[in-house]
Design a protein around this ligand. Structure first.
Ligand code: FES
Length: 140
């Protein structure tokens, strides 16, 4: 395994994230933080009948690992299904992320995975569906 390639991929996702922002017509969303550091990841999805993830976005504030992992997950599950998310284990996430991580760093990479697993069970509030802006993230 070539760690440099992994590092490059992580940096690319951190610097040019995939679908960072608000999901148009979002139907499901969840936000959580890493209790150790307070870093935040939010996932917004538009899930259509049959469980297809028609669109998926993330947002957040935090370390390179948590934000890059969120971007990677968003890219991976764009166009996939809710079943695919359910079948994607924490181990799968760590393998997909790439480099071996210390236990604390694993928590960083697993934060977006946890948020995504919860988001598929978390329909948005109605006001949000109607175009209201009910969610805010801390700014830097
Ligand atoms: Fe906070 Fe990584 S240091 S999520």
């Amino acid at each position: 395994m070539d760690d440099d390639i992994y590092q490059e991929r992580i940096l690319e996702h951190y610097e040019s994230p995939y679908h960072r922002g608000k999901c148009p017509g979002c139907t499901h969303c969840h936000e959580d933080r890493n209790p150790l550091c307070g870093d935040v990841v939010r996932m917004e999805l538009r899930i259509v009948n049959g469980g297809k993830i028609e669109d998926i976005y993330f947002d957040g504030e935090g370390c390179c690992i948590s934000q890059a992992a969120a971007s990677m997950l968003t890219e991976l599950f764009d166009g996939k299904t809710v079943e695919d998310v359910k079948n994607f284990s924490a181990e799968d996430m760590l393998r997909y992320f790439g480099p071996r991580l210390t236990p604390n760093r694993q928590k960083c990479a697993l934060l977006p995975w946890r948020v995504l697993q919860a988001a598929i069970y978390s329909p948005c509030a109605e006001s949000h569906l109607n175009g209201g802006t009910t969610h805010t993230l801390p700014t830097q």
